[in-house]
Design a protein around this ligand. Structure first.
Ligand code: NAD
Length: 505
């Protein structure tokens, strides 16, 4: 079956009307072969404005529904995802080139966050606070915030939306989604599954979940619209730097999930078998196209030669190829530009004295000339030069060497990004030091696993140029609500806070 036939079959199974993916001005290609698989209509500025208006109206109705009832819609949506996990996972593979296991894993992540959000819908707890005034009750209540814009990246085309949407919906907020212009098909499929859930739920206000298909101009429109109190934007740091000042200029809230440049420290006591497996999954998995992909390996000088030799061995045998085939571990890069960036980074690394010890080239160029497969690449670097400090969204792992633990932590923290980090050690003191306040400066810090592959239960996000946002589990839901502090006086006296006396003579 051709890739476009496969796309059509999957989209039809997922309930997307053929008119939505066969006659548009936005061409969709699969990175697996480079073939055109569909074309989708872009949403223009006027239609985007209308979507925001609908979401604003939907808010007025949705916020009044009790949280547990809102949770019921998300529960039904989770059921639709469970039913269509294979089809949606297959479409993720086709549209972004993730291997089948990872496509399915992404949909499982959506199911997990739905389950989490359903439970949360009964736990949107406020506090009861001790008042300093007699006969007064002081409480904190969390109220729905308003329409939330979700701008998402290509590499997690559906999970990131669901992290935001599942929480926003139980928190009482409509969602307006602008996916990456590279991934409109999976977005259409998600909306179709959401519509199925909404139909079963009954009475969902029009505009509760809106989709805007387009590029940066649509993201800017959402960022500038003061009817949207929260803009949750996932993508490159460059995108965040563009959007954040616009949102701030209208004093809106932004939740930013931007680029990472994630490291693992390998200490002398590390279990090296574990290191090799952990490094491979984190560095070459998803073809190095995760925000949490491992990009820097900081290895103690006493073991670095051994670690590099073992990794170079494994790198040579990683199966690169069609991500639909069982056994493939590394699929294609999203585009030719991504491959060009990989090549430019390698040139720069070589000029800085780097030694490419594995990979470094293009794979399957003859068989698939319109697709961009990269060999997983390992580069030994003399120091953390400018190219190592940048995020190159491809499977390049730079190996650095350290002698003292403080030096390893300084290298780990010595980049502009602050998303994910890890240490491989069996020394408890070293591990705790890494997790302490003077240790890793990242939002995510792991011990004896790589930096990628987070669960939805924890808050996800990072510091510095990663943007500071937190999504998914823990108390990330608070970003989607507004906090109200209420003081109730149930007496006939009027004592003032701070003991202020204000008696009219
Ligand atoms: P990207 O920045 O090119 O695009 C992301 C989204 O922002 C898209 O919807 C795009 O249309 C929009 N956009 C891009 N440039 C814009 C601009 N100047 N103004 C307004 N909108 C703009 O990112 P990508 O290539 O799709 O994804 C890869 C990047 O995303 C990597 O940097 C990766 O680390 C990051 N990412 C971060 C996380 C996280 O949770 N921290 C998760 C996934 C991806």
């Amino acid at each position: 079956m051709s890739a476009s036939d496969q796309a059509r079959t999957l989209l039809e199974q997922l309930g997307v009307d053929a008119a939505r993916f066969m006659a548009g001005d936005l061409v969709v290609r699969t990175p697996i072969t480079g073939e055109e698989i569909a074309s989708v209509a872009r949403t223009d500025a006027g239609a985007t404005d209308a979507a925001i208006t609908r979401a604003t109206h939907a808010f007025a109705a949705w916020r009044d529904l009790p949280g547990p009832h809102r949770g019921e819609l998300v529960r039904l949506f989770g059921e639709e995802l469970r039913r269509e996990k294979d089809a949606l996972g297959g479409l993720v593979t086709l549209e972004v080139g993730k291997i089948a296991q990872e496509g399915l894993g992404e949909v499982q992540e959506m199911i997990d966050i739905c389950d989490f959000a359903v439970g949360l819908s009964r736990q949107l707890y406020g506090r009861s606070i001790a008042s300093e005034r007699p006969g007064h009750r002081l409480t904190e209540t969390w109220h729905p915030l308003g329409p939330v814009a979700v701008i998402s990246a290509f590499n997690f085309p559906v999970a990131v939306w669901s992290w935001n949407a599942a929480l926003a919906l139980v928190c009482g907020d409509p969602v307006i989604w602008k996916p990456s212009e590279r991934t409109p098909l999976t977005a259409l499929a998600c909306m179709s599954l959401f519509d199925r859930a909404a139909e079963r739920f009954g009475g969902v206000p029009a505009g509760l979940a809106e989709l805007v298909i387009g590029g940066a101009d649509r993201a800017v429109q959402l960022a500038d619209d003061s009817r949207i109190p929260l803009v949750s934007a996932t993508g490159s740091t460059q995108m965040g730097k563009e959007l954040a000042p616009r949102i701030a200029a209208r004093l809106g809230r932004s939740l930013l999930e931007l680029g990472g440049n994630n490291a693992a420290i390998v200490a002398p006591s590390a279990d090296l078998d574990l290191v090799v497996r952990g490094v491979l999954f984190s560095a070459v998995g998803t073809a190095g196209q995760r925000c949490t992909s491992l990009r820097r390996l900081i290895v103690h000088e006493s073991i670095v030669d051994d670690v590099v030799a073992r990794l170079a061995d494994s790198y040579g045998s990683v199966p690169v190829g069609d991500p639909r085939e069982p056994g493939t571990l590394v699929g294609p890069l999203i585009s030719g530009e991504s491959f060009e960036r990989l090549e430019a980074a390698l040139d720069e690394a070589r000029a800085d004295g780097g030694d490419v010890v594995a990979g470094g080239g293009r794979a399957l160029a003859h068989e698939l000339p319109d697709a961009w497969y990269a060999q997983p690449t390992l580069v030994r670097m003399p120091s953390q030069t400018a190219v190592v400090e940048r995020e190159t969204f491809a499977p390049i792992l730079y190996v650095l060497t350290y002698s003292e633990p403080d030096e390893a932590i300084a290298l780990q923290n010595g980049v502009p990004q602050g998303l994910a980090s890890s240490i491989f050690t069996t020394d408890l003191r070293e591990a705790e030091r890494f997790l302490a306040s003077a240790g890793s400066d990242c939002g995510i810090a792991n011990v004896n696993i790589g930096p990628s592959g987070a669960e939805i239960g924890g808050a996800f996000g990072g510091e510095k140029e990663t943007g500071g946002g937190r999504e998914s589990g823990s108390d990330a839901w608070k970003a989607y609500m507004r906090r109200q502090t209420a003081t109730v006086n149930y007496t006939s006296d009027l004592p003032l806070a701070q003991g202020i006396v204000f008696d009219v003579p």
